[in-house]
Structures are given as structure tokens and as C-alpha cells.
Design a protein around this ligand. Structure first.
Ligand code: SAH
Length: 216
């Protein structure tokens, strides 16, 4: 059982205020952040940390993204209810929960078995349902394509072509591009071969790994 106390709610309200100060404007995104318990991914001793704007280790050498980064990417997606969204890099599932709160249908891919195993059981137990896939995000999910929106939650050295192909015309992809630091990039698919690109400054992510780097 997950407890969500007045203290947790209070800390979350402060986080929402902080994200507003940092420039997040979408009421829907702020409401989603305000609804999702982030402390469930933290040990009780670290509950304060759960609602600070910091990334944090979540095991298997991975991190839970900063709330501001999650809010920023979610805002860029300009989500409408019932849209089909593909997420690459499920991790612990915090971003997934925020997407679900936005009322969209989420398909999420994770390449680390340990994280996939944990998250695809844990989120539904909290009432957050999505289609969880253990696999390679570079390949996307052709059988469920096309998607209205695609979000990549790891730093990509280049834009994966398979993902571009799986985006609807008129759809949006938000992807942090780069090696050591990443430029948050929004791509709008104008036609099957034409994408309009907008850049939004530097962020820091763990790398999106290619299969040859997994060592499996
Ligand atoms: N969305 C998470 C952040 C996860 S960090 C959150 O809300 O906190 C990025 C995740 O991408 C890691 O879990 C990592 O294992 C995963 N990842 C890296 N390369 C991948 C790939 N090729 N396919 C799918 N997932 C990948």
C-alpha cells in the first residue's frame, strides 16, 4: 500500500510552485505533477528529496529524471486526451505516470530487464496502466505505429530513423540530442519526409544505448 499523506501533498504543492517559477505554464502539466506521488520511488528517509527538483539514482545504474525535465518535455508534447504516445526509456515510470495523468494512451519501452520487470508490475498496482514493452527503443514499436507523439527520456546521439517513421504526420517528437549534454529538441512531422526542428537549450540525461553497447 502506498501512503500519500498531507505532508506529501504539501511537498508536492511546493514542487508545483517551483516548476511554475521555473517557467512551466501548462495548467494540465502542473496538475499532473501535482497528482503523481514521486515519493513512491524513494526510501522513506529520502522523502524530502522526492519533491526537490533533482534527479536521483533508481538502481540498475539509472536515474529518475528531474521533475522540471519531466514537466518541460511533457509540456512540449502539447498532449490532447486519448492521443497515442510512445515513450522510450520507461525507467522507474515517473514520466510514464505523468503522461497517464494527462489522459493519453502510453506505450513505453525499456531495455533493462530489471527496470522493466519492476515497473510493469509496480505502476498498474498504483492504478497507472500503460502498455509496457521490454525492448530496444531505437526500433520503436512498429505494430502499434503510428503515434501522435513520441518522447525520448535518454540522451540520443542521433535521431533514430525508425522513430521518425512511426510518428503521424502532424505529430510531435521531443528528444534530447547530444553526447555529454543534450539539446532538448522538438520535431514536428510536416510531411512523411519533412520535419521542422526547434531547439530548447541544454539538459542532462543518461545515454540512450544502442543494442551493441548493451553487452548482452
Ligand atoms: N523516464 C524515466 C527516466 C529514465 S532514464 C523517469 O521518469 O525517470 C532513461 C531510461 O532509458 C533508462 O531506464 C535506460 O535504461 C533507458 N534506455 C536507454 N537506452 C534505451 C534503449 N535503447 N531502449 C529503451 N530504453 C533505453
Amino acid at each position: 500500500m502506498v501512503t500519500d499523506t498531507y505532508r506529501h501533498k504539501g511537498l508536492r504543492k511546493k514542487l508545483v510552485d517551483l516548476l511554475k517559477e521555473k517557467g512551466i505554464k501548462s495548467e494540465e502539466v502542473l496538475k499532473a505533477i501535482g497528482n503523481v506521488p514521486r515519493h513512491v520511488f524513494f526510501e522513506a528517509a529520502f522523502v524530502e528529496k522526492a519533491y526537490q527538483d533533482i534527479a536521483f539514482p533508481i538502481g540498475a545504474g539509472q536515474t529518475i529524471s528531474r521533475p522540471h525535465t519531466v514537466a518541460f518535455q511533457t509540456e512540449l508534447l502539447n498532449l490532447k486526451r486519448d492521443e497515442k504516445v510512445l515513450e522510450i526509456g520507461t525507467g522507474c515510470g515517473y514520466q510514464t505516470m505523468v503522461l497517464i495523468e494527462m489522459g493519453v494512451k502510453v506505450f513505453t519501452i525499456e531495455r533493462q530487464k530489471e527496470l522493466y520487470d519492476r515497473t510493469h508490475k509496480y505502476l498498474p498496482s498504483l492504478g497507472y496502466n500503460a502498455k509496457f514493452i521490454y525492448g530496444d527503443g531505437y526500433k520503436g514499436l512498429p505494430i502499434f505505429a503510428p503515434f501522435d507523439k513520441i518522447i525520448i527520456t535518454a540522451g540520443a546521439p542521433t535521431i533514430p530513423n525508425d522513430l521518425l517513421a512511426q510518428l503521424k504526420v502532424g505529430g510531435l517528437m521531443v528528444i534530447p540530442i547530444g553526447d555529454k549534454v543534450q539539446i532538448m529538441t522538438l520535431l514536428e512531422k510536416k510531411s512523411p519526409k519533412h520535419f521542422e526542428k526547434t531547439e530548447f537549450g541544454e539538459f542532462k540525461f543518461v545515454p540512450l544505448l544502442e543494442r551493441k553497447e548493451w553487452g548482452e
